[in-house]
Design a binder for this molecule. Sequence first.
Ligand code: MG
Length: 152
Amino acid sequence: MGYDSHRFGPGDGLVLGGVRIPCKMGFVAHSDGDVVLHAITDAILGAIGAGDIGELFPDNDDRWQGADSCLFIKRAVEIAAEKGYRLGNADITIIIETPKLGEFKAEIKQKIAEILETDPDNVNIKAKTNERMGAIGRCEGIAVMASVLMTK
Ligand code: MG
């Protein structure tokens, strides 16, 4: 299981699961801020006992400034392969008040399947609001939970 959250700032779009979502917000983040890929990366690393994304890619390391998060997740998949594991399936829950992600879910699913080199049937995307409660409800940021099954 992996979890990540990011704060919103002014901007012209969010990258979620490798897909650009046009809106009037951006991420306040060290990398490209793709919170979906970060949560999946942590889920993979956790499942294979390989620590977390912060150990592999410290946010005080300039090499990862504005980095494409595909790099992080692909490294996690590589470490998994070295340990003899491959992805079974991934289930992702994105919690965001606005914009609504319904029309982007299919594209995000497709893109994540491409990145993970798996069949789209092995990837599930769920999107929900926080019912206007708390920081996410006030549109201050976003949270993502990801579960993955890794098979030996
Ligand atoms: Mg992150």
